[in-house]
Structure formats: C-alpha cells, structure tokens
Design a protein. Structure first.
Lengths: 126, 767
C-alpha cells in the first residue's frame, strides 16, 4: 500500500483527503503542522508523496521544505503544495515542490496531483 | 680866386646879357640836390624865392655895370624844397672877349652846417621821421629828403603846396587830416594826428606832430614819423586782444585774472554768470565786493581762501581743486601763473561748473551700485536656489531620516554654525537631526542641545529664560532662528539655526529661506511617511487578500471535496452510510457557518466604512449571553487544552443589540482560545456606574509592544499571518461596533504573558 503524508492544520481537509485517497489504496498519514510532519519523517515514515499546506501554525510549509531539503534522506520525497494564494504555482516552484493544489481544488485535481507526484518521485529515485 | 675860397662854393657862370647859366659846378648836387646840367640855360637865380630874386638881379646888373664885386645874401630852394642860405659873390669876368658873370655861392654856415644837415638827415632816416614846413600865407610846403622817402614821393614831381601834401595822404584819411589842420590853424595851437599814405611799398602809417607859428610869418612846422611798424604791432596786439576777448567770452568757463596785488585784472561774462554776479556789481568795478560775492556762495569759505593765499606765497605753482557751493553746484577751480617774460605778474583762475558731470558720475556710480546690488541679489538668489535644489535632491529620498541628517549637514556652515531638525513624535518624543560647525565651542553645542531639548522649539521659546539666553550668548551665539515644519493641519517638527559669526545676524531673507527649507523638509517627511504608509497599507492589503483567500478557500476546499466525495460515494453501493453522511454533512455545515462568519465580517467592515451599520437594541440578560457564547467555544478550546472559566455573575439585564454583543464576545473569546497557547481563559462581567464591563483574559502568547498601537486597525494581526488563521478584522470590528454602541474595547498586557481584552458598554435601560 502506498503511503501519503498530509501536513495540514485543517482537520476537515485532512479527514476528507484521508477518506478519498484511502479508497484509492493510499495509506494516509497526517501531521497538524510542520514540526510533527518532520518528526514523523525522521521517525521512519517513508511516504511516496507529501501534501503540504503552506499556512500552518508553528513550523509552516516554507520552513518544512527548508528542513526537508537539508536532509538528503528526505530531500527526494516529492511534495505537493496546498495553498489558497493566487501564485501557488510560483510558491511551489520556489520551494522545490513537484506540484501544487490551489484551494478550493476538486477531487480530480487531487488525484492527478498525487499520481503525478508519485511518478516524479519514482523517476527521481531511479 | 677859387683857391682862396675857404669853403666849397657853387661856381656858376652866366651870360652877361641874359643872366642864363652857362656853367654850374658839381657841388650843386651836394648842396642843393640838383645836377649841374639841370641849370644850363636857366636864369641864374631861378631857384631863389621871389623876394630874393629881384635883389639878386639888381646886384648882377650893378656888377655888370661898374665891374665891382658885389656880395648878396639870399636863399636858394634845394631840390628837396629846403631853403638853403647862401652868401654869394658876384664878379664880372671876360673870357675870349666875352663878358660873363661869375657867381660864387657860399653856403651860410659852410661845411659845418652841411655836416649838421647831413647828420640831421641821417637822424631822420634812423628815427624814421621827416621834417616839414608850410608857409601858410604862400601855401608853400617844404619837405626834407627823408620826408619824401616816407611819403614815397618823387621830389621832382611834388606839388609843394598844402593840396600837394594832401594828395599824398590816403584817400580815406584826407578829410580827417584837413579837419585836424583846420582846427589847428583856427585854434593856433599844436596838433597831432595819424594818417596813412600809399607808397610803392604799400600802406604806411605816419604820425604827424606840428605847431602853428604866427610870427613873424604865419607858418606851420612839424615832423611826420613812420609809425607803420608800431601800428602793425598795435593792430596785431589789438587783434590778439580781440581774439583773447572773443575766446574768453566764447568759453564756457569763467576766467578771472588777478595781479600780484590781489587786484582783478580781467574777468569774462561766463565768470559773472557762473558766480551769479549781478550787473550792478560787475560794472561798479568794486573788486572787494565782487570777490566777497563769490565767497558768500562757497560752502567752505576758509578752505577756498586758504588755497588762494597759499598760491600767493607760491606764485609759480599751478593749482587744481574742486569747490562745492552752498546751492549744491560743484565747480572745478584751476589756476596758472600769469607771466610776462620770466616774471610772474599775476594769476589766471579758471572756473568750470562740473555739476552735471559730478551728477552724472554720481548717477553712474549709483547705477553701478544698483547694478552691483542687483547682481549680488541675483547671485544670492542663485545660491539660495542652488542650495534649495540640493536640499530638495536630498529630501527626495524615502529614507527621510537619513535625508534630514544630510540636510542638517548641508545647512552647516552654509546657513548656520549649528542646526537642529526636530521631528515630533505622536507619543511626545522628539527625534533630532543636528549638525555642528567644527569650530563651534563644545560648551555651546552642549548648551544649545540642552536648552532646545528642554522644550520643543516653537512650542515654547527655549531662550526665553534670561539665564539660558545669557549662557548661550556668553558661549558665542550671535543669532538664533527657529521655524516650524508644517503640513496642512499638523506641525511635524521644527528647524532651528544658530549663528556664531560676527555680523551674521539672521534677517527677513534668512527667515524666508528657513521657512522654505522647513516647508520642503516637512513635505518630504510627510510624503515619505504617506508613501511608506501607503506601501504598508498595500502590503497589509495584499497580505489580507492572501489571508482572506486562504481563509475563505480553506472551508471551500473541504466543502467541495466533501460534496464531490459524497456524490462519488452515492454512486457506489452501500458506501454512503448514515454515519458517513452525518459526518460529512456535519463537516459541510460547519464549513458553511465558518464561511458565513467570514463573509459576515467582510460585510460588517463594509458597513462600518459606509456608516451603515445599524443596531437593534433589545433587552436581555448579558450574563446568559456570555455563557452561551463561551459554551460554543468550549469544544474547540478543549481540543487544544484550553479551559474557559466565567466568573459567577448575577443576571445583568440591559438594552443592547444582542447579535452585535454576541459578536463582540465571540471575537474576544475566539482570539483568547486561538492565542491562548492552551492555557486557561477567564471571563468576568462587572457592572459599574450605569455601564457594564466584560473582560476576557488569556495567558497565551501575548501581544508584542510594537503591535499594541496597531492592534485594533483593519487587517492588522498581533501575530504572524503565517502561523494563525483569521482575516485580522475581528478586533477592528469589535472596537467599531462597541463605539457605535457607546462603548469601547481596550487591551492590556497580562503579567507573566497573555492579554486582557475589555468590552465596556453602557448599561442601557431595560425596556
């Protein structure tokens, strides 16, 4: 089963994403902020994709990515950025994300972003 | 016979019958001026006067009759009409049987007389005169040889009468000569007149002096002297004098000639006009009065006289000075010694009215001065413009604090030795940008800083205190100037200048420049602040838009995903259970309410801006409402470990807009839970003096000091927007709503961390 880590402080979004992706065979792990997310990753969690909300309390999405890039073991994990900002694409590229979802996004966009990130991660590893 | 003659005689022989001359010796030329051949065949005594002629003829006949020698004294008229006395011896001689009469004429006086005559004739020639004789009765004129020469007349052709003489006079002078002669004869006394004659050499002037002799025989004698040279000189002198007179009169300068005895020799008409000498004074020849009239007009009489006296001591010295008259005129006075040969005989003074020239010079100097001042003013204005341009260039920077410091350094030392630009802060602080001339005493710098810092310049006069003024003056301050920096409606600060330079006292021009500079500085500061505020507002707006976008899109995302998921599940058999539906729809409801709250805030902000926020007061129990709102936040609070405690309170009935009060309490409780860091939140209600206070206290992250002042502004957040959600409108709305209800919302720090927000509302009468 493929594993996905969603780092987002909005419980409703986390529940909804878990519900829809689990139906597609994903194991969805969640972290309410960047610190918890990093802790899970350093603790051995190896998701194929990370869905990352940029605006969170504590360590936000930007800081999460900076930490991720510092650790070679984690730097290859593809990240898909979630944000309501108009320039989310630019923000995503600036932090090295492989994809982005602009709120409010649809289920089809979620599926596509996750699958694209997964493929990108596979190519990077190979 | 002749050999015994002691004197040179004239020997003549005459025919005894006719008494015509047959021979005359050559001496006749010497004695009488005739050539011997002129006498041939002429009667022997033809040249004698008629009175002598008869006696001579009788004597000759007597000699011829008895043969005895006779001696006769008689005259012979010489060729020059001069009578010459002779003593003649008459003899009868025979030669070859022919009887002849021999006459030996001895001049009376002999050789001595001839010598005298010769000398006299020489004297005539040297002195330029000739002697004349006029027998008035016989009208017979006798001239000396030199007189003939003076008249330029040939003696042989001369009519020896008065008329003959008159004919030799210049035609224009004949009438006058005749009149002089006639008057002399009538008055029988001496006379003198001058007349002209026309000679082959030209016009000659003769001066005729004569006398009338009555006895024994009326005649007139006299001399005529050649005065041609003298007359030419006189005419030349007269012409020169006439030229001098004309020149003096034609000159614009006044001339005065004075002799060594300080007497006036000459002055011209311009002199009289220049010194305004009245005609009566000029014709009186009262020289002291004339000189006094001149002196009366001189401004410095003593100096005027002193130079004149000095020059009398030094007659050879020329002089030049300028004299001011009492009527305002200016006269140049020049003098030169008057010489006659090598001797100084007087002094020539020349006076020239140079008033127009002096005025023109003064006017030109005035014009030059005006031009110079205008040029200096233009240069000064250019310097001022350049200075202001430089200052404006510095003030163009948005970093106005750096710019003000640069402007202060620009002012010193160009305008002042010490300069301070003060910016007044809203909290009462003052930021100062100062610059000091390095030559300024350190004590003065400190004193100035101290004196002007004790009170804001222009809000009160820092130098009004006598002691302060005395101190800064002692330390070298010479001038002080302070102007406000104002923009419409506000005083931003002050510009203060101090000068320590001698003679550098601030005046109106400095004040204008300082005001101009202060205005530019104030404008620059205001523009920079407005720009920065605008930039800040734009940043806040952009940040708000970003936050709003996030805050609104987040529940929408959950809503959209939920709806799409439910639709997807609805198409799969047995996937959409009641439990799933309840959970998902519940989530959707929550998100919609959250969106409603957010939209409501945005709409309320719009209403507040448009002053269309309406209140609908009703009577209710405030305590109960607070408890209800707290209950709604408990679940959220408990999720993060926060407890909400409400202090016991009796019912608080009053009239308020229930929804708005609920909104106020919700905003404060929401913030307290969000920023409470999981620590307890306390709510208290306190009625007091017709008002009621609701306080919400948390012990969370608190509020940074620099955020306190902006906490209740729109789009302001007391925390990082990256860490916490919300639109940043809550506190702004809470205060606006409270104020519209007649109340206020305030905030205080809590010791140990956290914040305490209070809502103060009027109680309102319960209806």
């Amino acid at each position: 089963m493929r594993t996905l880590l969603i780092v987002d402080d909005d419980e409703d979004i986390v529940d909804t994403v878990r519900m829809v992706l689990s139906r597609r065979g994903w194991q969805v792990e969640a972290a309410p902020d960047g610190a918890v997310g990093l802790e899970r990753l350093r603790g051995g969690l190896h998701p194929e994709v990370v869905l990352l909300d940029l605006m969170m309390p504590g360590i936000n999405g930007w800081q999460f990515c900076e930490e991720l890039r510092r650790e070679p073991a984690l730097s290859q994990i593809p990240v898909v950025v979630i944000s309501g900002a108009g320039d989310v694409g630019e923000k995503a590229r600036s932090i090295g994300a492989v994809g982005h979802l602009r709120k409010p996004f649809e289920l089809s966009e979620l599926y596509e972003a996750v699958e694209s990130a997964t493929s990108a991660g596979s190519e990077a590893r190979s | 016979m002749l050999a015994d003659v002691p004197h040179e005689p004239i020997v003549c022989e005459a025919d005894a019958r006719t008494l015509e001359c047959l021979f005359v010796s050559g001496e006749i030329r010497e004695l009488l001026g005739y050539a011997p051949e002129e006498w041939l065949h002429r009667p022997l005594f033809d040249a004698s006067p008629s009175a002598d002629r008869a006696r001579l003829v009788d004597a000759c006949r007597a000699v011829l009759a008895d043969g005895r020698r006779r001696v006769v004294e008689h005259e012979v008229i010489a060729a020059d009409r001069r009578p010459v006395k002779f003593r003649s011896e008459l003899h009868v001689i025979e030669h070859d049987g022919v009887r002849m009469l021999l006459g030996v004429l001895h001049e009376a006086g002999g050789p001595l007389a001839r010598e005298r005559r010769r000398l006299f004739a020489e004297a005539e020639r040297v002195a330029g005169f000739g002697v004349w004789y006029w027998d008035i009765v016989d009208n017979h004129v006798v001239w000396t040889e030199n007189l003939f020469r003076l008249f330029g007349v040939d003696p042989q052709g001369f009519d020896a009468t008065f008329e003959g003489y008159l004919a030799c006079v210049h035609p224009d002078d004949r009438a006058a000569v005749r009149a002089h002669i006639g008057r002399a004869i009538a008055e029988r006394k001496g006379f003198h007149f001058d007349h002209r004659v026309i000679t082959p050499e030209g016009v000659r002037y003769l001066s005729c002096h004569g006398d009338v002799i009555k006895e024994p025989h009326a005649h007139m004698i006299g001399i005529s002297q050649d005065i041609t040279a003298r007359r030419i000189q006189e005419e030349a002198v007269e012409q020169a004098y006439s030229l001098l007179q004309a020149t003096l009169e034609a000159s614009a300068d006044g001339f005065l000639v004075m002799d060594r005895d300080k007497q006036i020799s000459l002055f011209n008409r311009p002199f009289l006009e220049l010194w305004k000498v009245p005609p009566s004074l000029s014709v009186q020849h009262d020289h002291p009065a004339l000189l006094n009239h001149v002196l009366e007009q001189v401004a410095d009489r003593d100096a005027f006289l002193a130079l004149a006296e000095q020059l009398y001591e030094h007659p050879d010295e020329p002089s030049f000075d300028v004299v001011e008259l009492r009527d305002g005129r200016v006269i140049e006075r020049v003098s030169r010694p008057q010489r006659l040969g090598d001797q100084v005989v007087g002094r020539v003074w020349c006076f020239r009215d140079v008033t127009p020239r002096v005025q023109a010079v003064a006017e030109r100097q005035w014009a030059l001065m005006v031009e110079q001042k205008a040029r200096e003013a233009a240069e000064r204005q250019h310097r001022i413009s350049q200075f202001l341009a430089n200052a404006s260039a510095l003030l163009a920077s948005l970093d106005y604090e750096t710019a003000l410091g640069a402007v202060a350094r620009l002012i010193v030392p160009a305008l002042a030795n010490w300069c301070a630009i003060d910016l007044f802060g809203e909290d009462g602080d003052t930021r100062r940008f100062a610059s000091t001339d390095e030559t300024l005493p350190a004590g003065l710098v400190q004193e100035l800083a101290s004196v002007t810092a004790r009170a804001r310049p222009l809000e009160c006069d820092p130098l009004a205190h006598p002691e302060a003024l005395r101190r800064v003056r002692e330390l070298g301050m010479k001038s002080y100037l302070a102007v406000p920096m104002v923009v419409p409606g506000r005083k931003l600060g002050a510009l203060t200048l101090v000068s320590t330079a001698e003679g550098r006292t601030y005046g109106p021009e400095d004040l204008r420049l300082a005001k101009n500079l202060a205005e530019r500085a104030a404008l620059a500061v205001e523009n920079a602040r407005l720009y920065l505020a605008t930039q800040d507002a734009l940043r806040v707006r952009d940040e708000f838009l970003s936050i709003a976008s996030h805050e609104l899109n987040t529940p929408l995302t959950s809503l959209l995903l939920g709806v799409q998921t439910m639709r997807a599940l609805a198409h799969e058999k047995d996937q959409l259970s009641v439990e799933v539906c309840d959970r998902m729809l519940g989530r959707a409801e929550r998100q919609v309410k959250h969106l409603r709250a957010l939209v409501g805030q945005l709409l309320d902000v719009t209403r507040v801006d448009a002053h269309t926020l309406t209140l609908e007061p009703t009577t209710f129990d405030l305590s109960a409402l607070v408890r209800d709102v707290a209950d709604r936040f408990r679940e959220q609070a408990e999720r993060i470990g926060t407890t909400i405690t409400i202090a016991p309170s009796p019912p608080l009935e009053g009239s308020w807009d229930k929804l708005r009060v609920e909104e106020l309490v919700s905003i404060l409780l929401s913030n307290a839970v969000k920023y409470g860091a999981g620590r307890p939140v306390e709510v208290t209600l306190e009625p007091r003096d017709g008002r009621v206070s609701i306080r919400v206290v948390d012990h969370g992250i608190g509020i940074a000091p620099d955020q306190m002042g902006r906490l209740f502004q729109r789009f302001q957040r007391g925390v990082s927007s990256r860490h916490y959600g919300g639109l940043g409108l809550g506190l702004y709305l809470s205060r606006e709503i409270a104020r519209q209800m007649g109340g206020e919302v305030t905030v205080e720090d809590v010791a140990g961390g956290g914040a305490s927000f209070s809502i103060d509302l009027p109680r309102g009468e319960a209806s």
